[in-house]
Ligand binder design. Structure first.
Ligand code: URA
Ligand code: SF4
Length: 187
């Protein structure tokens, strides 16, 4: 059954289903065009995201925003969210039980937005969506089709900040995103 945006957002804002609720300042549900053709899925909020209640607004977010602009889009034209909606302490990876408790919200968001193309930012995003063992080094830029939606693993912007040499490959992935989007929009 498809939830409504208002009930999904009310549920996620009040959520105490996993231990991550205890350390949060703000829940970070996601933002952007609720009917976007392109969705970005990250891992979980960092310090700045937790402080502001918005996804990808820190250093990683700045880079992601630049890359979105580089393929001719604005943040307001895509939808941006994360696997977990509350900040893992010290930016550790979400524990499997935390991710599993939070996943119904992400599934609800995908069902409501109905994106045609999804960019999976880093291994954690891939792990809980594709349900396959993904290596970003090996699998970035590959397309996975799931129920008519095109999904592509690519580098998490934090990984690009740590190792700028990967930016060239990430840029190629983003061009593939742009091309796929054109293809599905125009046939
Ligand atoms: N990293 C993520 O995975 N998500 C954010 O929202 C910010 C940083
Ligand atoms: Fe709820 Fe997700 Fe936050 Fe856990 S991370 S408390 S499941 S919204």
């Amino acid at each position: 059954m498809r939830v409504s945006w208002s009930s999904l957002l009310a549920d996620v804002r009040a959520c105490e289903k996993c231990a991550l609720c205890r350390g949060r300042m703000n829940v970070v549900p996601g933002e952007g065009d609720p009917n976007a053709d392109l969705m970005f899925i990250g891992e979980g909020p960092g310090a700045e995201e937790d402080r502001l209640g918005r996804p990808f607004v820190g250093r990683s977010g700045e880079l992601l925003t630049k890359m979105i602009h580089a393929i001719g889009l604005e943040r307001s034209e895509v939808y941006i969210c994360n696997v977990v909606k509350c900040r893992p302490p010290g930016n550790r990876n979400p524990a499997p039980e935390e991710a599993e408790m939070c996943l119904p919200y992400l599934r609800g968001q995908v069902a409501l937005v109905r994106p045609k193309v999804i960019a999976l930012l880093g291994r954690v995003a891939c792990q809980y969506t594709l349900r396959e063992q993904i290596s970003i080094t090996r699998d970035h830029g590959r397309w996975f089709e799931r129920k008519g939606v095109w999904m592509m693993p690519t580098f998490h912007p934090a990984a690009l900040l740590r190792d700028p040499a990967k930016k060239r490959e990430a840029w190629e992935d983003f061009q593939k995103l742009r091309d796929k989007l054109r293809e599905v929009q125009h046939g």
